[in-house]
Design a protein around this ligand. Structure first.
Ligand SMILES: [Zn+2]
Length: 127
């Protein structure tokens, strides 16, 4: 005698029946059914379960890949923005140092002009 676990087609309870018999009876609701049919149904269902599980696994994997891809794009965009900001800052600093250089040169030229003027003035009065 070989016992197999099946679901009762009437009340859906888990029942054990002798697979060597052709007909089984549910201990819970008393329904009778053909054991062969129920074994086939059970195997088909477990195959579908396996198939659905595999489908779910593949979908989860794809979702994970998609999430990873989106994350990589986001990181690349952040890096690009960061570099852009750094470049803008660098250009602003270059600009600022040019301005400061220009002002220094202006002050120096004014000082030279004043100095020369002063020397001429002194030379004029000491003549
Ligand atoms: Zn039953």
């Amino acid at each position: 005698m070989q016992l197999v676990t099946l679901k009762c087609p009437t009340c859906n309870a888990n029942i054990q029946v002798n697979s060597e018999l052709t007909q089984g009876t549910c201990n819970y609701c008393g329904a009778t059914f053909l054991i062969d049919d129920e074994v086939k149904k059970r195997d088909q269902l477990s195959e579908e379960d396996g198939f659905n599980f595999e489908k779910g696994r593949i979908r989860a994997q794809k979702e994970e890949e998609e999430r990873q891809r989106a994350e990589n794009i986001r990181l690349a965009q952040e890096e690009f923005k960061r570099r852009q900001l750094a470049e803008q800052e660098r250009l602003a600093n270059v600009n600022k140092s040019y301005k400061i250089g220009f002002i220094k040169m202006l002050i120096l030229s004014a000082a030279v002009v004043c100095g020369v003027g002063l020397i001429y003035l002194i030379a004029y009065f000491l003549r």
